[in-house]
Design a protein around this ligand. Sequence first.
Ligand code: HEM
Length: 225
Amino acid sequence: MAKINQDQAHFYLLKINSLLGLVPIGVFLAFHLGINSLRTVGPLQYQWSIDLINNMPFLFGIEVVFIYLPLLLHSLMGFYIYFSGKRNVVHYGYPRNWLYTLQRITGVLIFGFLIYHLGTTVVPKLFYGKHQFLAAPFLMDVMNAEFQTWTGRIIYLIGISAATFHFANGLWGFCVSWGIIIGRNAQRNASVVFAMVGLVLTVLGFATVLEFSLDPVPVTPTVGG
Ligand code: HEM
């Protein structure tokens, strides 16, 4: 059997990591920011979306398999790539190298943001046993309080921008490393399209922060309570 050398192993690691960044993590991010932006439609619509998620069967298992494990793997591989100090296998021009550096910096920022974000939402929700219909009022209180301070707003604006940039730029890297966009023109056009995708997701996230900041209404459980 043919052995693969260290450079080839690094090459395959980058490919697998970029795939993982798209499916399931990127897909989750797009849905997550989209669903959160329901808050701009109204508190009830947002509450229903949280009710729906928190009443799903096998929720914890689904979250572990499709969100937490992929996130952990992507972060571990990302840190390995970061600290191995190797340049990307594909040699890009000057702006691309800058974007590649930003990709690494935003990866670290997202890691820090996620520790804060999950530590102030999911962890206390589980700790205080706020399951099913009790989850929405609890989580909405947390979000309302979060966005009444500039510290909370700035943490979220940085977290959202880092995540949307990392996703949009990662999409480009994924398409190049998997040979989906090959020619110079195709790569340039794709970067414009992916920048638009990133911009739309950023606007959704920022609009949610603005809505919570301006109108922090509490809700009562839709069922029970
Ligand atoms: C306006 C911005 C955001 C808001 C209002 C928000 C809100 C929330 C809430 C309320 C939860 C708890 C859901 C539950 O337990 O039912 C949650 C979970 C989560 N959020 Fe966010 N989030 C935002 C941005 C982000 C960003 C930018 C990321 C990625 C970097 C992210 C990643 C996650 C992850 C991984 C979970 C855990 C998923 C789960 O357990 O279902 N969030 N978010």
